[in-house]
Write a protein that binds this ligand. Structure first.
Ligand SMILES: *[C@@H]1O[C@H](CO)[C@@H](O)[C@H](O)[C@H]1NC(C)=O
Ligand SMILES: *[C@@H]1O[C@H](CO)[C@@H](O)[C@H](O)[C@H]1NC(C)=O
Ligand SMILES: *[C@@H]1O[C@H](CO)[C@@H](O)[C@H](O)[C@H]1NC(C)=O
Ligand SMILES: *[C@@H]1O[C@H](CO)[C@@H](O)[C@H](O)[C@H]1NC(C)=O
Ligand SMILES: *[C@@H]1O[C@H](CO)[C@@H](O)[C@H](O)[C@H]1NC(C)=O
Ligand SMILES: [Cu+2]
Length: 164
């Protein structure tokens, strides 16, 4: 089930990208294009008002928030460790297979359990990733938050179209 779902996600993202690019290519007539593409990078709070927590569908959130462009910032907000809340963190996984399986063996922790407090942990989508999407997961409980809590999403940033 997880595999089919994630494949669907990748496909949906691909479709979203194609639509976005084909719209952007018509950007010379800004009136036909519903969005105002100012070139300023945007900030996204991951999960919107739900923040980064167990059981929220971040795939859904990312599809609805797309497109993401290079230099946009993702902000992960989550409660610092306490006796009454789940502990979360943010890790990057290296490839689609580890992402589908919530396999943390090669996970790179980018924000520990305390870094989501206050204004949250900020991550800038950099171009150096080139063709590879970013695979974000919560690595807590040895993959349980990723697998069961569905705290995972992929982002493939696009080049921001230049305004004409
Ligand atoms: C796009 O947004 C910028 C900055 O907010 C504004 O100056 C510009 O007039 C807008 N362009 C259009 C076509 O709405
Ligand atoms: C999460 O949202 C995606 C996209 O809207 C959907 O395809 C998927 O079935 C949802 N996953 C779960 C576990 O509800
Ligand atoms: C991202 O921002 C840096 C510096 O703020 C700038 O040099 C670079 O061209 C930007 N990259 C993209 C893809 O917009
Ligand atoms: C949290 O739990 C520990 C051990 O159960 C206890 O010693 C501590 O006082 C608790 N802290 C708070 C803020 O309730
Ligand atoms: C989490 O990261 C912050 C900032 O790098 C650091 O100050 C803090 O000691 C770390 N906390 C833990 C529990 O590793
Ligand atoms: Cu978590």
């Amino acid at each position: 089930m997880g595999f089919r779902f994630a494949q669907g996600l990748v496909l949906l993202q691909a479709i979203a990208c194609v639509v976005e690019v084909s719209l952007a290519n018509k950007g010379w007539d800004s009136h036909t294009y519903p969005y105002n593409h100012s070139s300023a990078p945007k900030r996204f709070t991951v999960g919107g008002s739900q923040h980064w927590q167990f059981g929220v569908n971040y795939t859904d959130w990312s599809l609805k928030s797309a497109p993401f462009y290079f230099n946009d910032t993702l902000v992960f907000k989550y409660d610092p460790p306490s006796n009454t809340t789940f502990r979360h963190s943010v890790s990057l996984l290296p490839n689609l297979r580890s992402f589908l399986n919530c396999d943390l063996k090669k996970a790179k922790l980018i924000a520990n359990q305390t870094q989501g407090g206050g204004n949250g942990f900020q991550f800038v989508l950099k171009k150096k990733n080139k063709k590879k999407p970013y695979y974000f997961v919560c690595g807590e409980r040895n993959g349980f938050h990723c697998k069961v809590g569905i705290m995972k999403f992929a982002v493939a940033p696009l080049l921001r179209p230049r305004p004409f």
